[in-house]
Write a protein that binds this ligand. Structure first.
Ligand SMILES: [Cu+2]
Length: 120
């Protein structure tokens, strides 16, 4: 009885490993998507890079390290309003050129929460 229970759990573990390998391969094929970390404070954005090496899908992880809620808008898309200490992800497709980004909270962009991201 104990033996068969053990065999069953080993079988379950093997199946679980089989399931894990598929997403691992899938994530590898998406490794070309560009990732940018955006830190929001009062009143500016700090991007982990100011230039994107190639056009295509870019995922921004926006972290609000300020004391006020902020959002991040680029290429016609924006994150929800992010509370202090929280973060949000935004994926957009960028073409070669320059893309303006900003915080859409009233007065924030004028105070400095804006900039230009270059895409080569
Ligand atoms: Cu803001």
């Amino acid at each position: 009885m104990r033996f068969s229970t053990r065999m069953a759990s080993i079988g379950a573990a093997v199946i679980a490993l089989g399931c894990l390998s598929a997403p691992a391969l899938a994530s590898r094929s998406h490794a070309t998507a560009t990732k940018v970390t955006v830190t929001a404070t009062e009143f500016k954005f700090k991007l982990s890079t100011s230039t994107i090496a190639k056009p295509g899908s870019v995922t921004f992880t926006v972290v609000n390290k300020g004391k006020l809620p902020h959002d991040f808008k680029i290429a016609g898309k924006k994150t929800p309003l992010i509370k202090p200490g929280k973060s949000a992800k935004l994926t957009v497709t960028l073409k070669a050129g320059k893309d303006a980004y900003l915080c859409t909270v009233a007065g924030h962009a004028a105070a400095g929460m804006k900039g230009i991201l270059k895409v080569k």
